[in-house]
Design a protein around this ligand. Structure first.
Ligand code: NZQ
Ligand code: ZN
Length: 385
């Protein structure tokens, strides 16, 4: 196992009716800015629950954070923060809202000239406003990690700081009942691929991390399709298991002390930035190609994945790997997401466009060995056609 330090300070408030608990989590004298997206919280009762819980607080609201949150939108929150002396941010929504709030929190305290430097140049975040989160879409893990992904002028880039990790996160599975099938699928697939990117590398004998990861993958394989099936989609236990899996997938636990390979995400971000494709639907296209192209480097872990996650124990190692890749694609199809660029009507001409975008963004040494250069990324994209 590799050396690591692990700390996760986000207090999780899990279960039905937990939104009311935010009144105790946010200091009574705080001036709160509630931030949300396009309005789904107004039609599913979440807005009402949050405002009821905040009734004894001084609070303001800022809405309109879009999926794949945009710098220009987020910067508009700075005016209200200054005018009202806001000192606490409450994100109410999916990963985009939580990510957006992380940027708002860092930008509000950024002393140098242009807060975009935090994202584009990795300028260090020295201070940030405190953040709480009410999560409405289980997917990204953003509610209890320090990561965020922001888009500006077609550039979709990550930044991270422990200072923007939410202090608390409410996970009420019942609020996910209003999600569309498409968003349920997206969430399950995003979480699945977060686990894969921390698992499918090379072994460092991290038994705890491996077995946690395998258990989470199996949970998503079991529960994901149930959240889409008419007879089980209202089942709150299904929703609870998906919600907790998605948080555990990217709260730092399974990735501590093991190599990681975020190439699927970095290539996927370019597809979203150029074509507006939902985040998870870029990943379901790229991951199978990464498994195929990196088959040799990931050989032992692919065999372990085949045996332990899918129970494929007969045949040669190569046959097990073939079957595991097919089983992964079959699961993605069950979850109704695309697995090839052709499924979303993108063709060969896009390979160059994506490779150029990766180069522009410095994504030239990806993967657990840092050897997924532009040539390998091209091969991955070509394999995904
Ligand atoms: O904006 P509203 O009206 O709320 O609607 C949203 C949005 O249209 C809707 N929605 C959310 N909760 C709902 C709901 N609709 C009905 N009922 C509910 N309970 O769903 C739509 C998508 O929301 P979004 O927040 O964009 O989805 P998701 O949670 O998948 O977040 C995706 C973003 O997170 C980033 C992605 O790149 C993308 O920008 N990621 C962040 C990560 C992190 N911070 O660690 C890691 C991830 O890999 C990912 O990159
Ligand atoms: Zn993701």
């Amino acid at each position: 196992m590799l050396n690591f330090s692990f700390q996760n300070n986000t207090k999780i408030l899990f279960g039905e009716n937990q939104i009311s608990a935010i009144s105790q989590e946010i200091p009574a004298d705080a001036k709160v800015l509630m931030v949300y997206g396009g309005g789904s919280i107004k039609s599913n009762g979440v807005y009402q629950q949050v405002t009821e819980a905040l009734k004894d607080h001084t609070w303001f609201e800022f809405s309109g954070v879009e999926p794949n949150p945009q710098y220009d939108t987020l910067m508009k929150a700075q005016a209200i923060i200054e005018a009202e002396n806001i000192d606490y941010l409450l994100a109410v929504g999916g990963g985009s809202v939580v990510d957006g709030v992380k940027f708002i929190a860092a930008a509000a305290k950024f002393e140098a000239q242009d807060p975009w430097d935090i994202v584009a140049k990795g300028a260090s975040v020295k201070q940030a406003l405190p953040i709480g989160a009410v999560l409405t879409l289980p997917a990204t893990g953003s509610e209890s990690n320090g990561g965020s992904v922001i888009t500006r002028d077609g550039n979709k880039l990550p930044f991270g700081s422990p200072l923007v990790r939410p202090l608390f996160a409410v996970l009420d599975p019942s609020v996910t009942l209003s999600l569309s099938d498409r968003q349920i699928s997206n969430g399950v697939i995003d979480a699945y691929i977060h686990i894969m990117e921390q698992y499918l590398t090379y072994s460092v004998n991290g038994k705890v991390q491996d077995r946690f990861s395998e258990g989470l993958l199996q949970t998503l394989i079991e529960e994901g399709p149930k959240a889409l099936a008419a007879e089980t989609k209202q089942d709150l236990e299904v929703r609870a298991n998906i919600m907790w899996s998605a948080t555990m997938a990217l709260n730092g636990l399974i990735g501590a002390g093991v190599p990681q390979d975020w190439s699927t995400h970095m290539i996927g971000h370019e597809l979203t930035a150029s074509h507006g494709i939902d985040h998870a639907r870029t990943l379901s296209i790229v991951l199978p190609a990464v498994m195929k192209v990196r088959r040799e480097q990931k050989h032992d872990k692919l065999v372990q994945y085949a045996e332990r996650v899918f129970g494929i124990t007969t045949g040669t190692d190569e046959q097990k790997i073939d079957q595991a890749i097919l089983a992964t694609e079959a699961f993605f199809k069950r979850m109704q997401v695309p697995i090839r660029l052709g499924d979303i009507d993108l063709g060969t001409d896009q390979v160059d466009v994506m490779v150029n975008a990766l180069e522009k963004h410095g994504m030239t040494k990806l993967g657990e060995h840092g050897d997924i250069d532009l040539t390998v990324s091209r091969e991955i994209l070509t394999t995904a056609l």
